[in-house]
Design a binder for this molecule. Sequence first.
Ligand code: ZN
Ligand code: CA
Length: 406
Amino acid sequence: SMSKLLLLVSLLFTLYTNCICAQRNCGTYSHSQEFLQKFPEVKFKTETLKQKLLLKTNDPARITIPVVVHIVYSQKNQKFTKAQIRNQIKILNEDFAGENTDITNVPEKFKELIAGDTGIRFKLVAITNTYTQKTAFLKQGDSIKFSKHGGHDMGKYLSTKYLNIWVGNIIDIIRKGDLFGYASFPWDKEALTDGVVINSRYFGTRGNVANYNKGRTATHEVGHWLGLLHLWGDKEDDSPICTNDYVDDTPSQKYSNGECPEFPKLSECHETENRELFMNYMDYVFDNCMIMFSRGQKQRMLANFDNDGLRLGFVDSSKTKIKRNLEFPEILNYINKTLSWSKVGKTERYAVKIRTLDNNQIQTYFTKGTSMELPDIDETKLYEITIESSSQTAKSASRPLIVNPR
Ligand code: ZN
Ligand code: CA
C-alpha cells in the first residue's frame, strides 16, 4: 500500500542520511574507469603513462598553478564568499608547502617520509558563480562542467593552463554514500573536463560536516589531479587485493582507512612488519587526520612538469621556449568548437591537424589566422589536435590538445 511504501522510502532515506556523515568517498578511480570505457582506444597509452610518471630527477623551480573556482548552486548553503574560497586555496598552499601546523602529528617512524615543500603553489585567478535549477549533478557525464547541462563551462580557462575546480552538489549513481569529490588524472585528461570537482558540503572550512571541514578534500583531489593514486593502489578501496600506487615509499595497503586509526596500524600486504601510512592525504581518513604527502608522492607530482611531463602547460612557457630555442604556437582556447592559438613570429600559415584517436586518421586544415571553427566532428569520439606553424625558415608545432567535442 501507499503508506507502506512511504514508510519504506522514509526508512531508506534515514539510512542514507545516516551514512552520509560516516565515510569519505572519492570518485576519481571510477571516473577514470568510466573515461577508459568510453574511450578504450587510449587505454594502452594511459596505462603506460600512469606507470612511468615517476621519472623526476631534479626539482624544478616553483610551479604556480592558476586556479579558477566555479561555484554552482541551487541552494543558498551551496554558495561561498570570496573569503571562504580564498581560505580553501590557502589550505592547499599550506598542505603542498608542508607548512600545515598539524604536520607535527606525523608519527616518528614516518617523519623521514615527509615531502616537505613540494614547490607547487596555487593562485586563485577567477571565481564564477552560477545559479542552477539542477539540484544534483551526476558524476557520470560530468554535467557540472557544462553550461548547457546546468553547470558551468571552463570557457576561456582552458585546462592546459588553469586548474578548474567545480564546487556543487555532486552525486554518484553507482556507489552508495555521499560523493566527496573527483578529479581527472594527468594521463586520462580530456581538455573540456580536465579538473577537480568538489561537493559543496566538503569545500573549504565552513563546517557543514563534522570531521570533514578542514579543506582536505581539495588537497586529496588535487593530489589525484597531479597523478597520485590512493594508497591502496589502482583499484576500488573494497577490492581485497594488494596493488601498486606507483610510489615506492608509501607502504602497500589493502583497503582504505576511515576516521582516524591509532598508530601503528599493520599493513595486510606484507609479511614483515609494515605500518600503514594512514595519515597521508591520499587515504580516506578524517580531515584532521590526513596531514602529509610523502617524498615519493612529491617526485611523482613534480614529474608532471618535467621535460615531457603531462602538465607542461603550467610551466612558464617563456622559459621553455628559451630552453628549446624555439617558438611554437600554443592552443589558448576551445570554445563552442572554435579553436584559437597564439601567433608565432613570421608564420605564413598554420596547419590544424585533427587526429581521430580510435582509427588514427588525420584531417588537416590550413589557415593564415590564429583561430578556426572546427568542421563537424563526431561528439562521441576523442581527438588529438595539433597546430603546426610554418614559414620559409622555421617550422614548429603546438603541444597536442585532447578533446571530446561537445
Ligand atoms: Zn581519491
Ligand atoms: Ca607504494
